[in-house]
Design a protein around this ligand. Structure first.
Ligand code: UTP
Length: 303
């Protein structure tokens, strides 16, 4: 069984963050603000993804950006005036908060996707920076609340399996048409060996195990993406390039992560995440939960 394969597995130290999409589901906000800067409680979506990557040992952060996304670049830069003002005012707590947003010089790189041709195409834009190494991909609009960050769980599992690994979760069968779906060869619990993958199946999904926005990939996936084959929706799909590895080498694994995923690319998911994260924050919990309880009571009384 492939899971027991023991060979030298290269450490994953690079991560790609595809952030070049247009975020049309959040118009008009995303007319001038990148979706990844939208704020969950008090931090932009991108900060959650970066923190997760850092916790998993990522050292090089590669953003695939597009026109209109410069707010993202500024977010990770130093802000000398703001920092000096806070320092003069003795606001060390806020300086500490800002520190999370700073990246070491050279740790972060930006490549441009000139046309939004799909997630696979966005990842391919980072090929020269990835070279011949395994790499992670994180989609910042999937926010995952977990005791151990999702990518860290995956890195630990990947150290056993090697190959390609995708985060997977069970969804109702009628929802599978919104996801990449795994065709399972063998289910081993938290890890499943995959024999195929279908992007947004219109009918007959191969399983109810859906891929969400965390991946660990081999550089061969970049080679597969070179073919620039359009898939579902006419886009160049990452799922198809990974599926090729499943059918040729059997080197794709699904990983059932432990945690709660929020689809912050959709309005309903974003609102759910806002409530869930607000309720876990010690500084907000009491006031916020009292407010929600009152709201629910008022709704019930009105019915
Ligand atoms: P989505 O499917 O959520 O697309 O992309 P989107 O453009 O961000 O949002 P909507 O559907 O118009 O509201 C999933 C991820 O892939 C990236 C997006 O930035 C997001 O992180 N992506 C998608 C690219 O970087 N380039 C693309 O061509 C497509």
């Amino acid at each position: 069984m492939a899971v027991s394969v023991r060979r030298k597995i290269k450490k994953v130290t690079k991560a790609v963050f595809p952030v070049a999409g247009m975020g049309t589901r959040f118009l008009p906000a995303t007319k001038s603000i990148p979706k990844e800067i939208l704020t969950l409680v008090d931090r932009p979506l991108i900060q959650y993804a970066i923190d997760e990557a850092r916790a998993a040992g990522i050292k090089e952060f590669i953003f695939v950006t597009a026109r209109g996304k410069s707010a993202l670049e500024d977010y990770f830069d130093h802000s000398p005036e703001l920092e000096a003002t806070l320092r003069r005012a003795g606001k060390d707590d806020l300086l500490e908060v800002l520190r999370e947003t700073n990246m070491d010089s050279g740790a972060i790189a930006y490549v441009r996707q000139n046309r939004a041709l799909g997630l696979g195409h966005a990842v391919w834009c980072a090929r020269r920076l990835i070279g011949n190494e395994p790499f992670a991909v994180l989609l910042p609009d999937d926010v995952i609340a977990a005791e151990k960050p999702c990518l860290q769980q995956m890195v630990e599992a990947y150290e056993q399996t090697g190959g390609n690994m995708v985060a997977a979760m069970e969804v109702p069968l009628e929802k599978t048409s919104s996801y990449g779906v795994l065709d399972v060869a063998e289910d081993m619990g938290s890890i499943v060996q995959v024999k195929g993958m279908v992007e947004k199946p219109k009918s007959d999904p191969p399983s109810n195990l859906a891929v969400i926005g965390r991946y660990i990939l081999t550089p061969q996936v970049m080679v597969n993406l070179n073919k620039m084959k359009a898939g579902a929706g006419g886009e160049i799909q990452l799922t198809d390039a990974i599926a090729e590895e499943a059918t040729t080498l059997g080197q794709v694994f699904g990983f059932r992560f432990r945690g709660q995923r929020y689809d912050c690319g959709s309005k309903a998911g974003f609102l759910q995440a806002t409530v869930a994260f607000g309720l876990t924050r010690p500084d907000l919990r009491d006031e916020f939960s009292a407010y929600i309880n009152d709201m629910v009571a008022m709704q019930k009384a009105a019915q």
